[in-house]
Structure formats: C-alpha cells, structure tokens
Design a protein around this ligand. Structure first.
Ligand SMILES: [Fe+2]
Length: 389
C-alpha cells in the first residue's frame, strides 16, 4: 500500500486570478525581496483584495537555502497577525519555508525539526490554508510535501516533510516564470528533468506517478531550449511551468535517486545551484544504473523518440541525449565545466563521499554505490568520462 497526494492545481494563463475566489479574511504572503521588486507581490495583493481579503502582511525575508531561524521568525510574526491563508510566492526556497511556517503556526506544539514522513495526523488547514505560487519552473516544491531547511546554528541541512504539510492549492501561472533570466531557466529546468527521470526509475516508482514523470521528461526536452533561448516565448514558458509541477507531482510520490544524492553533496560543498548540480550528474547516474534499470531507460528513450536499438544500449543513448540537451542550453557537462578546480575536488573528496552516502535520496536508488564507487563517480564526472564500472 502507498499514498499518492497532490494539491489542487489551477494552471495556465491567468491562473493567478483564482486567488479572487478564496474565502478568508487575512493573508500572510511569504516571499523574497526580488518578488516585491518585480511587482509580483502587488499582483497577488490585488487578487486577494477582490476576494475581500484586505488584511495582507508581507514577509519577504526568505533567503536561498532557507534557515530554520527564518522559519521561526516568520511563525512569530504569524502568531500576532493570525492569517487564515499563507500565500507562498517564489521558488523552492520560499515555498519550503512557507510549508514549514504554516505547520509551525498551526501546530506550535510540534517542533519543526520533528516533521518527518511518518508524522501524520497533524490536522493542518483547520486554522490556516496554504496556497503556493511558483515563480521558477523546476523544483516542483509547489506540488510536494518535502521541506529542506538549513539549521544555521549547526550548519546542517535538514530534509523534513510529511504528507500533511502539502499545500491545499497551487497556482501554476506562466506569467511568473517569464521573469526568470536564461541561467535560472536552464538550472531549474534541469532540476525538473532530473525529477522526471529519477521519479520514473527510483525504487519507489509506481503506476500512479509514472505517467506524470514521463510526460514531464517529454515537455522538458521539447520546451526547455526554447524557454532558455527566448524568455518571452510564452508557450515554452507555460509548458515548462507545467512540466515542473507535473514532475513535482510525480517524483513527490516516488522520490528521486542517485543524481540528487550526488548533486546535494556537490552543492553543499561548492554552492552549485541545485538544478545545475543534479542535472550535471544525471547522465552519469543513468550510466551507473544502466543494468539495474535497463528496461526503464528504454521506456524513457522511447517516450522522447530516441532510437533505442535494445535495452542494453538504452542508458548510453539516453545519457547522450541529456548531455546534448544540457550542452544546448550552456549547462556544464562535467564538474570541471562547473568551475571547480581539480585540487578543490580532491581536497573535499571525503566530505563529498560522506555527504552522498548520508543522503536520503540514495535509499531509493536502484544500485547503491559503495564509497569507492562514489569517489569514482565524482572523478568520472570531473573528467567528463562515461561511467564504465
Ligand atoms: Fe531537485
């Protein structure tokens, strides 16, 4: 038995106007300063006013890789303001922080750091509901129940989450995606691709999430290059925004795998953006899992109309196609191309291997690498060498 949970999703042009249908009195808008500057917070407030929600407070202090401390600060403001809606307007960092804030506001008796997959029955939504409005097309955080926070006092990343923290509503409106610069479009788009591919091939893969993951992969292959090369191509923007949400719905219910474990490790040490890091490792992870997932690589290949002669060759063909896609949008294909000197890689190798081994996404990887293999994966990914072990 397993669960499949997703929020209600309103998508497409003008999806934002659905805010005018909300029932409530006070909204707490969780966002960052960039969203205020772009005028997006103003757009949200306009729609809320149409819903009769005239009390709106803006909390714009969410930083990239949000901290537990930022979340606690937000909850304290909420306890005074007493909202019945939290509106998360931003990328994955903002949305994760907002999920944690809503949970902490409604259940101050449960420490945020205790919110784990098997902690359920929280009864969220009774006092305050959560609506997510993603402004990047990648993390899928608007559709998942995962929360990643950093504890600044101990400098550690915390992977939290429970089905109960899922948003009640998600508005996937392409107007927000259109403001992303090309580099952010490319980075986050590679994240969406990695969610689709890993969600379809993790050991938690299942019939309900499979279709979503595959469709997301198709959409990324077709529309990501267009969205990067011409940011005002609104068809490409809309398709990529949908793809990210679809991939989130898929992998959120089947988990990610090796490319995420390696990418998290690299990102934590060298501060490579999440999507760029996981996208870099995706072809290497596919090659490493070539036998463990042979039939599935062929399925992914067929879904994007690659010529796959047989299952044995499918991983290589797919990895090559992903490298070609990444190269076409100027993404690094190796750790060296990501700007990391070899000396720095060597000096941090123990930490990288340790981080990868400890990563939760390794649990759902179909072939779990030994420490020696993990080190080799980093070496090969540095040298841009296809995995042959
Ligand atoms: Fe990701």
């Amino acid at each position: 038995m397993w669960y499949f949970v997703v929020p209600e999703v309103v998508f497409g042009e003008d999806a934002l106007s659905h805010l005018a249908e909300l029932k409530g009195t006070a909204a707490f808008i969780v966002t960052d300063k960039n969203m205020v500057r772009l005028g997006f917070v103003g757009k949200v407030k306009e729609q809320l006013a149409l819903a009769g929600i005239t009390r709106a407070d803006v909390y714009d202090e969410v930083e990239p890789d949000p901290s537990l401390q930022t979340v606690h600060k937000g909850i304290a403001v909420m306890q005074d303001f007493e909202p019945d809606w939290v509106v998360a307007l931003g990328g994955g960092s903002v949305i994760d922080a907002a999920k944690a804030m809503r949970a902490g506001y409604e259940r101050p008796d449960i420490p945020i750091e205790d919110i784990a997959p098997f902690v359920t029955g929280l009864g969220l939504g009774a006092r305050c509901k959560l609506v997510c409005i993603p402004t990047t097309s990648g993390t899928g955080a608007e559709a998942t129940w995962a929360i990643v926070l950093v504890d600044r006092s101990e400098q550690r990343k915390m992977g939290l989450g429970s089905r109960d923290v899922l948003a009640e509503l998600t508005l996937v409106d392409p107007i927000f995606a259109a403001a992303m610069p090309p580099q952010v479009t490319a980075d986050t788009g590679m994240d969406a691709l990695t969610h689709g591919v890993e969600g379809f091939t993790s050991t938690f893969k299942n019939d309900i999430s499979d279709g979503l993951c595959l469709r997301a992969v198709q959409l990324v292959f077709e529309y990501l290059p267009r969205a990067v090369s011409n940011g005002s191509d609104m068809e490409a923007r809309e398709k990529m925004h949908n793809a990210a949400c679809i991939a989130g719905m898929g992998f959120g219910n089947s988990m990610a795998a090796l490319a995420h474990a390696l990418g998290h490790a690299l990102g934590a040490v060298f501060h490579v953006p999440h999507g760029r890091a996981v996208g870099l490792f995706l072809p290497y992870a596919i090659e490493y899992l070539r036998e463990a997932r042979a039939a599935l690589w062929a399925e992914v290949g067929h879904a994007i109309r690659l010529e796959v002669e047989n299952e044995q060759k499918a991983a290589a063909v797919l990895a090559q196609a992903i490298r070609h896609l990444a190269g076409s949008i100027n993404q690094p294909l190796s750790i060296e191309e990501a700007g990391i000197p070899l000396e720095a890689l060597k000096a941090n190798m123990n930490k990288l291997v340790e981080n990868t081994t400890a990563d939760t996404q390794l649990v759902t990887t179909a072939r779990i690498p030994s420490e020696a293999d993990t080190e080799k994966l980093f070496r090969y990914a540095y040298d841009r060498k296809s995995v042959d072990f």
